[in-house]
Design a protein around this ligand. Structure first.
Ligand SMILES: C[S@@+](CC[C@H](N)C(=O)[O-])C[C@H]1O[C@@H](n2cnc3c(N)ncnc32)[C@H](O)[C@@H]1O
Length: 316
């Protein structure tokens, strides 16, 4: 695939559960955990979303940030309650049209989804839209930072699926400002779900007024201290459960992580800076702050810092 694209060359990967993924040369990162694209969609997005909650609701408003091949949204659509299904109002933010095009040309990917879900994906590829008796969807192709502004200001989202490349290589989509803008779009009780457990990201989400929970590891993944974050906009009258399907409260270790230099946020005040500028700004702030060093926190808790997208990957 085209080298002159923001994502550079894309290469096919096979993940441990047999589902297909891609690797971006420019970001030097895989789109999914090596445990499996489908496994990740189910464990980190579908399960903690608790879609059964919406069977009585008239509408479910969902934003998929970094749609990629579409696993997360397709898995949610496939799992929505069959009876009394809510009407789905869907938006997607994605820079590159190639992953969806690539996915829809691969029969093993298409075989995963019911016909109605595939039709929606095909609609997004052809016209950036889908519309059927179950709802409607719009894809906003381009930089998520700019296109988020095109969402109706009163969108009051029930779910945000945030699946950007990791903060180390794509800090643009983990900045204090971008996360704050996402948080402001959530309805009371609305949930933001992400595989990311970085202290900078969690701290920004907390400062944006969200309540944090830690996603649990699952059988298919290597043992890690957390496999992501659920952030919920509080409902004043109903405290959010400490535990639920696939999540639990932050441990003492995770809370202490938020007091280390790792918690210094990524800042992108105008929403236009390149990754390098955002990284340099953060490094300067880390050097001048008096927070505990993250390595001493790691030593105290004997932490093995495994990357999200490990090297145990099979190139397809
Ligand atoms: C980790 S992958 C997402 C995987 C995806 N959720 C899936 O199920 O296949 C990250 C995605 O972010 C997109 N991306 C990178 N920078 C972006 C930006 N500034 N705005 C919108 N999308 C971006 C990439 O094109 C890529 O598809």
């Amino acid at each position: 695939m085209n080298l002159n694209h923001p994502l550079g060359q894309l290469r096919a990967l096979e993940t441990a559960d047999g589902s297909l993924s891609l690797h971006s040369d420019h970001f030097d990162e895989a789109f999914h955990s090596s445990a499996g694209a489908l496994e990740e969609a189910e464990a980190k997005f579908v399960r903690p979303a608790e879609l059964g909650r919406f069977s009585q609701a008239s509408e479910l408003k969902l934003l998929d940030v970094c749609f990629g091949l579409g696993y997360n949204s397709a898995a949610v659509m496939r799992s929505l309650p069959q009876t009394s299904a809510p009407r789905l109002q869907w938006w997607g933010l994605e820079l590159d049209q190639r992953p969806l095009e690539w996915a829809l040309n691969h029969p093993p990917f298409c075989d995963l989804w019911p016909g109605a879900v595939l039709q929606r994906l095909a609609g997004l590829q052809q016209s950036g839209r889908w519309h059927d008796c179950g709802g409607q969807g719009t894809m906003l192709w381009g930089d998520a930072r700019q296109n988020l502004k095109a969402l109706p200001s009163n969108s009051q989202l029930d779910l945000i699926l945030l699946d950007a490349f990791s903060p180390g290589c794509c800090p643009q989509l983990w900045s204090e400002e971008f996360l704050g803008a996402l948080a402001s779009r959530l309805a009371p009780g609305g949930r933001l779900l992400t595989y990311c457990r970085a202290a900078a990201v969690r701290s920004s989400l907390r400062r944006a007024g969200l309540t944090l929970r830690s996603l649990l590891t699952t059988g298919g993944q290597r043992r890690e201290w957390s496999s992501g974050t659920l952030a919920v906009k509080p409902v004043i009258t109903t405290p959010f459960a400490a535990e639920g399907p696939g999540w639990t409260s932050l441990s003492a270790m995770e809370e202490e992580h938020l007091n280390t230099r790792a918690s210094v946020p990524y800042r992108d005040p105008k929403g236009i800076d390149e990754a390098r500028i955002i990284q340099q700004r953060r490094e300067r702030e880390q050097q001048s702050c008096d927070l505990e060093s993250t390595s001493s926190w790691q030593r105290r808790w004997l932490i093995d810092q495994s990357p999200r997208h490990g090297s145990d990957i099979t190139w397809a």
